[in-house]
Design a protein around this ligand. Structure first.
Ligand SMILES: [Ca+2]
Length: 175
């Protein structure tokens, strides 16, 4: 299994959830990615990608966005072209954050959330957020370069509290 998670080139992070009950405020979840350089792999993100914030070189893109969870299949999809990232980048952390516009929402308030990390047809990891039910945000994946420069995936489920802005600044901190 571990060998599947090495030498990654182009990875999708797919997120889905069910809409809030009729008449209730919508549930809006966002995929967030933060990049770190070899100089500061656990420091300040070099840049952050989410709805409304693009990567400067176009290597990490949010290809589908949802504010409600309505519809079939994946509600949000982020594509990470790891092999195109400049050599100075050593680490990418991906997380999911629940927007808190209408009061605090944790993962236990969200119906059937599920994240899948895949390369092409190959599912690398998946999670239903049950282990971070009390959190408002969670990291779901960490990608690092190995000694030969190849990207590998580490599962990194870790719950956080706070709003989307604060999550982006702490999601890559050393656990
Ligand atoms: Ca969203």
């Amino acid at each position: 299994m571990a060998s599947l998670n090495k030498g990654l080139k182009k990875v999708d992070v797919r997120l889905r959830w069910d809409p809030s009950p009729l008449g209730r405020p919508p549930h809006d979840l966002d995929i967030v990615a933060a990049t770190y350089t070899a100089d500061e792999p656990y420091g300040k993100p070099s840049y952050v990608v989410h709805f409304g914030s693009r990567s400067p070189d176009g290597t990490i893109t949010l290809s589908r966005d949802s504010r409600t969870g309505q519809g079939f299949g994946s509600d949000e999809v982020m594509v990470l072209e790891l092999e195109r990232l400049a050599a100075g980048y050593a680490r990418v952390v991906v997380g999911v954050v629940i927007q808190q516009r209408s009061g605090e929402r944790t993962f236990q308030d969200i119906a059937n959330p599920r994240v899948v990390i895949a390369e092409g047809p190959m599912e690398l990891a998946a999670d239903d957020f049950a282990r971070v039910a009390d959190s408002t945000a969670a990291t779901v994946a960490e990608f690092t370069r190995d000694a030969s420069g190849e990207w590998e995936l580490h599962e990194a489920l870790r719950g956080f509290d706070g709003n989307p802005e604060s999550f982006a600044t702490v999601m890559g901190s050393r656990s």
